[in-house]
Ligand binder design. Sequence first.
Ligand code: NAI
Length: 333
Amino acid sequence: MTYRITLLPGDGIGPEICEAMARVVAASGVDVEWDRQLAGTAALASTGEVVPAALLESLRKNRVGIKGPITTPIGKGFTSANVTLRKALDLYVGLRPTRVIPELRPEFAGVDIVVVRENTEGLYAGLEHTIVPGVVASLKVITERATKRIATFAFEYARTHGRKKVTAVHKANIMKLSDGLFLDCCRQVASRYPDIAYDEIIIDNCAMQLVMNPTRFDVLVMENFYGDVLSDLCAGLAGGLGVVPGANLGDDCALFEAVHGSAPDIAGQDRANPTAIILSAALMLRHLGETRAAERIETAVHRVIAARTTVTPDLGGTAGTRAMTDAIVQAMG
Ligand code: NAI
């Protein structure tokens, strides 16, 4: 069978790491026809849109896509292509599994955390306005519908992936109404999953525990902004954004992604670490039911990183993107 998958190479190091990812997927034996599309700055220059209609059409049709990082101007300019894609395709789940490679981060060996982030509302939605000059307000909207939907995803994920516990992360001691509603919804959903343990933790304590005692966590579910911050904290435990995969999932479409940025400082220099996008491709293959191919890729990546002889400079090595990709392909046997 041939899968047709939308590929967004993105900006900066995006094209280099996507080329590496496509080589590894080909070596896994899964047959993929890449439907290449533009987004972000490149798309703006050629189509006048950051997220062109052709891209959305491709993702709706193929239902699965993978993307490199997209440059977003800070404090001005166009809205993030990532946020636009999440909204347009209702990709309501931000999924970030973090499994620490012990040889890379021995102090965090055994950490295996999955962050499930609500992707559509909360403070991160950026609903801001100026009340009078010098006073601005940013709205945090939490709805029962979106919270039950994300909580149900977290419990279903736990059940289907052999996980034991879901922890809801909140600040309901202060934001009694918004985070209070979030917790009420999580509790209602939890009651339908007696086989999965459920507990709750206040976000500031959670941040500390993630550093002091991270192996106590399993699946974490939280609103958008908390998820944005804590998923990067978890990535830090594993060795940074260059080594963890990510996905944005909806009921009709799944978009896998390297969660790091476009790294303009090293673009075009054969220095980018391709791990994040390669592990995201493995997540994608699991989503497609190609579990064996996904496992082969993950094992090969872990082996190459654990050996530390052919890794990129961010992991303390001297290898280039291409050489590290060669090593991963070779490790797949
Ligand atoms: P960045 O992640 O691009 O870079 C931060 C540092 O990490 C840099 O020193 C960079 O060289 C390094 N780095 C990142 N990925 C790496 C990799 N795979 N291998 C080796 N080193 C790597 O973050 P920054 O500088 O804040 O953002 C640059 C641009 O990327 C901005 O326009 C930002 O909006 C965009 N961005 C896009 C994201 C996405 O599309 N998912 C996510 C984060 C940022």
